[in-house]
Design a protein around this ligand. Structure first.
Ligand code: HEC
Length: 95
């Protein structure tokens, strides 16, 4: 009896590797911004890389994320945390 080709399984494991492999590390990992993003932005999904969005798109996304934090009953960002996170995300945003 012939075994079925293994292509679907290979494709599935490749897709998983793309997603579940080691995430791209945050730039300047010791900076305040990176520490805050790691601490506050990984509660609901993987910690997002700043290069995911352009600098001009981060303010609206951050505002949306603050709304999601409120909906989930998470502590809101303090004003200085918000400033540091936004500055960090924009400094390392997608060009
Ligand atoms: C309370 C849960 C929660 C926290 C905490 C949170 N997010 Fe999100 N995030 C979401 C949800 C839910 C979505 C899906 C879009 C939506 O429904 O708003 C999302 C989507 C995103 C996306 C879009 C994902 C994509 O596929 O491009 C980005 C970028 C993002 N979040 C960044 C952040 C950043 C930066 C922080 C920290 C400031 C953060 N998130 C913290 C819940 C959260």
């Amino acid at each position: 009896m012939r075994t079925r080709p293994m292509l679907p399984a290979l494709a599935a494991s490749a897709a998983l590797a793309g997603c579940a492999g080691a995430p791209t590390p945050l730039p300047e990992p010791a900076s305040e911004g990176a520490r805050l993003v790691a601490a506050r932005c990984g509660a609901c999904h993987a910690v997002p890389h700043p290069a995911r969005l352009r600098a001009t798109d981060w303010p609206a996304m951050l505002a949306l994320m603050e709304r999601r934090m409120g909906e989930r009953g998470l502590a809101p960002l303090a004003a200085d945390e918000r400033r540091a996170i936004l500055a960090y995300l924009q400094a390392h945003a997608r060009p």
